[in-house]
Design a protein around this ligand. Sequence first.
Ligand code: BMA
Length: 333
Amino acid sequence: MKPQIIRNKNNPIVTPGNPDWRKAVTFNPGVVFDNGKFYMLERAAGNLRPFQCYCGLLESDNGIDFLLKNDQPVLGPDDLGFPTGSVQDPRVVKIENYFYVCAAFRPYSYSCSPTGTGLPDYTTMWGPKDRGINNTRSVIFKSPDLINYEFIAYTTPPEVDDRDNVLFPEKINGKFALLRRPMSFVGIEYGTDSPGIWISYSDDLTSWSNPVLVTGAEQEWEGGKIGASTPPVKTDQGWLLFYHGVDKNHIYRLGALLLDINNPEKVIGRTPDFIMEPEEYYEKFGLVIPNVIFPTAAIEVEDQLYIYYGCCDTSIGLATVKTSDILNYMDKE
Ligand code: BMA
């Protein structure tokens, strides 16, 4: 039976608002539960043209009602030395005493012009004319408090477009482990005919091993391209990983994988179909793009998973589901 995923009745639980830098959109948030509180790093923008994104910090006692903690963004493109850039889709984990944030980053922002036809027009770049390559790069920051950040590393060279970078919430066999989606790793030499989920390991978070393929797209709803969605959740059966796919009609859906606890390169379970798709008005219509649910955090509270997701690149939704319902629905090895 498909897992019963329940949307929170207050959805969307976070919407754009003051100050100016978050007044257009807030979406695709990283969330972490620490010391009895939920902390959310939203991806926010005050304008679509240019569509320049920053991360704001919010806090909640119950995981539903979030309040902005800082008037200023806590992370932004200036932190990377690219004042016209854009910081996107932060995923957060806490390992030992530090928070680690993996974010996607573009050195130059695009302007976003919604077209009403499914995909916005992102052809106009904003910023200096002598710019270099504008691929998505992914970056890791370290923070003691989610307010102050230290740049640790880019995980890819500028010529490889690589987003959906997600750290495991603990070291595996003594090493940090990172899921990623290098777009150009496709072809016989890579062992996959579609951009998929790959994994690298590191002792120090700065130098990463060559990516190893975890899995590519297999099902029709995945649309020939998948990416990790949320930091994996440790269960007694393995690592539970939510992932997204986007089909030929640009509809974003969610599926789940189970990875071996000691060897996360090994897929030991997969949902036979998607488990969530855009259904509600706020998931089908937004300021930027229609038909997008884009989870970026899953927090286990007792036997429930709190899934936080961006809705149409415009607002933030929360859905809950029993961990066991997801695991039971999977086809397992
Ligand atoms: C993906 C990413 C996400 C975004 C989604 C829908 O490729 O860029 O950040 O939410 O598209 O626009």
